[in-house]
Ligand binder design. Structure first.
Ligand code: SF4
Length: 572
């Protein structure tokens, strides 16, 4: 982060500059430090400029001109989501900033930082990454301006956009720039990298066999075309090829198929890089986002659920990549060397806790489903929750371990299939509360979300209560619910509220749907149509959205049994 640190490392310059909207926290759940250490492990010298001032390029200039390129990200969240609530009100805090201060990154950070770097280092190749770039990789609806926007690659005038978990694609881009012939144009060096989006040029034309997405102008004229485009993007990240293209005026975007997942050994090595799990020492105040994740371990990536509102499906994809048991044990065993370790592992998980070890066993890769679990579990989808329970026990048996928690949400439909896992989880690895996400009660809304039926949730509640009686522990379910989802009416919300009232539960974890960029649900919101083209009701005005939200939040109920934490969705 500073020239003095370069001197200490005896680096006369850096190869790559990573610019982030988050504070610099050296922890594997923060994207830029993860990529930084990954590139260093591959022999490159990396500088990180975190939360630079954006009115002048002084901070960007701090480490000098990088030899190869700059990587730019808004940070762990889309900058608009980080700044504004579901009702477009400005947030008063930012968990990714020292002291939780709001306002340390600009709106549309990727575009602003790109301009800043271009001003500081004219001609330097720019590579975009992170959730903001990933989810805005093609034409998308922007809730905060209620308008269709161009791909962020075009708006930022960068050379390349790396979508998803970008280890492979960023590394390949950096290696290609490193090996480029003197004077070679970056566009020539960066063409054809898996997991990237670029603009076709005269030098790097469109590959032969491509599938066109609806053009930007066609989407502007017929919003349902956004649903079509988003479903095609979703299919591409799940199934791989072919290359997609999107016409935007005279420009053509080339969307390469996703990068191959990291193999298990590489994934283990990545998470075992020497992270300090601390914020940069220059910060005077703690970074609030670190504390809950500081002593946690990531066991896998990806989620097979394919929920239409979740950015994960289009960022990490549906294929689950699980780490090995020895790799996870090694990482956790090493935590005792770190400052502040007190023997409590706060979470063992990934996007969905009980999908570690889950895999597709289909003999061919011709799957056309949008979810491995909806409308019913696919017979080829296999979980290994008994193996997961055994892993949790091994972690709990490590020397000096006082407690192991599994705090990520679980898929109730999958958990019901392996009761031994549920028993072990409830007995030993959750505290008083278990997070689950039925999201809604209405079958129509659940179908539009691609969530399992509410009857399944009721069955889960029965099993949970029976397990509680067996263990003699007082435990509560914390259900995540959503209001104002496309297709949801006041009547649906009243019926949902009635169910909770009947049970004496006061739901507190209710998120008003935010149409974040790039999801299928957002395309439904903007177009007012379901993926099959059927018109649906959309609560669009703030008044109606607030009303739907209030029907659940303000529903009177005897004694309160929920949590009072705020809930923020959408970023993996
Ligand atoms: S075949 Fe089944 S398990 Fe495999 S990816 Fe498709 S839906 Fe998922």
């Amino acid at each position: 982060m500073a020239q003095s640190e370069l001197n200490r490392l005896k680096w006369d310059a850096i190869d790559v500059l990573l610019v982030s909207g988050d504070a610099y926290v050296d922890h594997p759940t923060f994207g830029v430090p993860l990529l930084g250490r990954w590139l260093v492990a591959h022999g490159f010298r990396i500088g990180i400029i975190a939360q630079p001032r954006w009115d002048r390029p002084d901070d960007i200039l701090r480490l000098g001109r990088p030899r190869l390129c700059a990587g730019i990200t808004s940070g762990s969240l889309d900058s608009m989501l980080a700044h504004y609530t579901a009702f477009r009100k400005q947030r008063s805090d930012d968990a990714y900033t020292p002291g939780g201060l709001a306002g340390q990154r600009p709106n549309r950070a990727v575009i602003v930082y790109s301009n800043l770097v271009r001003q500081a280092f004219p001609g330097l190749p720019l590579v975009l990454g992170g959730i903001e770039a990933s989810m805005r990789r093609v034409s998308h609806y922007d809730f905060w301006t209620d308008a269709l926007r161009h791909s962020i690659l075009l708006d930022s005038k960068a050379d390349l956009l790396a979508y998803g978990m970008a280890e492979q694609s960023l590394l390949e881009a950096v290696q290609r720039l490193d090996q480029a012939a003197p004077g070679q144009h970056p566009a020539d060096a960066l063409a054809g990298i898996s997991g990237t989006v670029r603009c076709a040029t005269a030098r790097t034309p469109i590959p032969a066999a491509t599938v066109p997405l609806p053009a930007h102008e066609a989407i502007r004229q017929d919003p349902f075309q956004l649903v079509t485009a988003t479903l095609a993007i979703e299919a591409q990240i799940h199934r791989g090829g072919p290359v997609l293209t999107q016409q935007d005026g005279i420009r053509t975007l080339v969307i390469e198929p996703p990068a191959d997942p990291l193999d298990q050994t590489v994934l283990d090595r990545l998470y075992e890089l020497p992270f300090t799990r601390l914020p940069h020492p220059s910060y005077q105040q703690p970074v609030p986002a670190l504390e809950p994740v500081r002593f946690t371990v990531t066991t896998h990536r990806g989620c097979a659920g394919g929920c239409t509102f979740c950015a994960l499906a289009l960022h990490q994809g549906r294929r689950i990549q699980s780490r090995s048991v020895p790799g996870i044990l090694r990482e956790v065993r090493d935590m005792h060397r770190l400052t502040g370790w007190n023997g409590i592992l706060n979470n063992v998980g990934g996007p969905t806790a009980n999908f570690w070890g889950a895999r597709c066993t289909a003999p061919t890769s011709s799957c056309r489903r949008t979810s491995c679990l909806w409308p019913a579990p696919c017979p080829h989808f296999k979980t290994d929750q008994v193996g997961l329970a055994a892993l949790l026990r091994k972690l709990a048996a490590l020397p000096g371990m006082r407690q192991v928690r599994s705090a990520s949400g679980i898929r109730t439909d999958a958990a019901l299939r392996e009761p031994a896992y549920l028993d072990a989880l409830l007995r030993d690895f959750v505290g008083g509360q278990l997070t689950v996400a039925p999201e809604h009660r209405s079958p129509r809304v659940l179908d539009l979300m691609r969530k399992p039926s509410f009857e399944g949730f009721e069955e889960f509640v029965r099993c949970f209560e029976a397990a509680g009686k067996r263990s003699g522990r007082e435990q509560y379910i914390v259900p995540y619910l959503m209001s104002a989802f496309p297709g949801c009416t006041d009547r649906d919300m009243r019926e949902l509220a009635a169910w909770f009232r009947q049970r004496g539960w006061k739901p507190r974890q209710v998120q008003c749907f935010i149409p974040t960029p790039g999801t299928v649900a957002t395309a439904m919101y903007w177009s007012g149509k379901a993926p099959d083209g059927t018109p649906i009701h959309v609560a669009r005005s703030d008044a109606e959205r607030l009303r739907q939200h209030g029907l659940l939040i303000d529903s009177p109920a005897p004694p309160s049994r929920g949590t009072v934490n705020r809930r923020r969705r959408s970023a993996p």
